[in-house]
Design a protein around this ligand. Structure first.
Ligand SMILES: Cc1ncc(COP(=O)(O)O)c(C=O)c1O
Length: 422
């Protein structure tokens, strides 16, 4: 925070009381103090401006402060910021649920709202287990999950995330054991999964997978055929298939939802991140009609046992409806296709750099994978010095910008990646 001089705002004193995510607070550099955001830019309190290469953890798909979303939230604030959802409901939530049901493929029709991606995943897991217990199949309490997958930081979500992704820390002993597999992308991995299911399907409630792109686990892509195969196996063994579209949903991979590219729909899907255009926290777990009907009963105990306090928050639902308006009115998927082309062109020269293992692009995701891990803080600082907000992790340097990013802003980001890695 040097450079602020005597005009240093008094709120900066409070930074010492913040505990930051995934950060070793003894050695972590001070967080950069942000005074405002606009478009694809983060304005720092010391006057510097950074171009955001990762859209605030992949949420701000329309850029920051979009006037249409701001106006929708402002209007909602005047009538009702929030009302509890048990026994009550309101227009923004009902409208959003209907719109999501129409947008999502297949029979994904029934929307259960919550407030973060991890919680949406917890709800999906609980839905799957209770679906079977309601049918008298109470032994089906386990999940098959996949190498490289990441589904969140709460306990259930951690239990179905690959421990190799490094997010589990010292919690292994706290987590229920689940079954880890390679994604079925070749004969061998397919046979391993199939043989396991032949013996153990009656203990398994479902599969959980991030369709097409495993994000936080390493930005690894897989072909649509993998999802078709999982759909086929799930149907054959009567398991529920859960697609976690928290990262991939809302255009990130090039179609509105990644599942569309595979032409298969799951029994349960999770959404969050870009759902409100990055303005307010909101998540949704969407069940197929069959799953929903599995909870209809004269027995009150068969009801889904979950209910977040801020479920269906009206401000967040208003933001999400406004975000969906923007997907309808503005050419977001075309913008993603243009970003994909430019990322491919502009990151290609990284292939020739020493220490670079792979360069890959899918939709508005551009990845440079390095051969070994590196000094993350030095790299992050290098990007800040180059005027870019980019957060490498593990061996991965990636861009996942807002879809509204201007050509020169994207060029500045890809230029920063090339220069800093060189
Ligand atoms: C695929 C996926 N699932 C779940 C989550 C967890 O979401 P949240 O951080 O909102 O809890 C994330 C977050 O990065 C994610 O990428």
């Amino acid at each position: 925070m040097e450079g602020l001089g005597r005009d240093r705002p008094s709120w900066l004193e409070g930074l010492a009381h913040l505990w930051l995510p995934y950060a070793q607070m003894k050695t972590a550099p001070h967080p950069l103090a942000v005074s405002r955001t606009e478009g694809c830019r983060i304005h720092l309190a010391d006057g510097r401006v950074l171009i955001d290469g990762i859209a605030s953890w992949w949420t701000a798909c329309h850029g920051y402060n979009h006037p249409h979303i701001r106006e929708a939230v402002r209007r909602q604030l005047e009538t009702m910021p929030h009302v509890m959802m048990a026994g009550l409901a309101h227009e923004p939530a009902a409208t959003l649920a209907r719109r999501l049901a129409v947008l999502l493929p297949g029979e994904l029709d029934h929307v259960f709202f919550s407030d973060s991606g991890s919680v949406a995943v917890e709800i999906a897991l609980k839905m799957a287990v209770q679906f079977f217990s309601n049918r008298g199949q109470g032994r089906r309490t386990k999940f098959a999950y996949f190498k490289g997958g990441y589904h969140g930081d709460t306990l259930g979500a951690m239990a179905v995330s690959d421990k190799g992704t490094g997010f589990q820390g010292s919690f292994a002993g706290l987590l229920p054991s689940q079954f880890l597999f390679d994604l079925p992308r070749d004969e061998n991995s397919d046979a391993v999964l199939e043989q396991f299911l032949d013996r153990h399907a009656n203990e398994i409630a479902g599969f959980i997978v991030e369709p097409l792109v495993q994000g936080a686990g390493g930005m690894v892509f897989h072909p649509p055929a993998v999802l078709k195969r999982l759909r086929d196996l799930a149907s054959r063994h009567d398991l529920l298939l859960i697609f976690d579209e928290i990262f991939t949903g809302f255009g990130r991979t090039g179609s509105m939802f990644a599942m569309e590219e595979a032409g298969v729909s799951p029994d349960i899907a999770t959404l969050s991140k870009a759902l409100t255009g990055g303005v307010l926290p909101l998540a949704a777990t969407i069940a197929s009609r069959r799953v929903y009907e599995g909870f209809l009963s004269d027995d009150p105990q068969a009801a889904l046992m979950h209910g977040p306090t801020f479920m269906g928050n009206a401000l967040a639902c208003a933001a999400a409806n406004a975000s969906l308006d923007l997907f309808e009115r503005e050419p977001r998927l075309k913008q993603v296709a243009a970003i994909e082309q430019r990322l491919a062109q502009e990151l290609a020269p990284c292939r020739g750099l020493p220490g670079v293992k792979d360069v890959r692009v899918k939709g508005a995701i551009g990845v440079v994978e390095l051969e070994k891990s590196f000094d993350l803080e030095a790299l992050r600082q290098g990007f800040v010095d180059a005027g870019a907000w980019i957060r490498p992790f593990g061996r991965i340097v990636y861009l996942a910008p807002s879809f509204t990013i201007a050509e020169d802003e994207l060029a500045a980001l890809t230029g920063a990646v090339r220069r800093v890695l060189a």
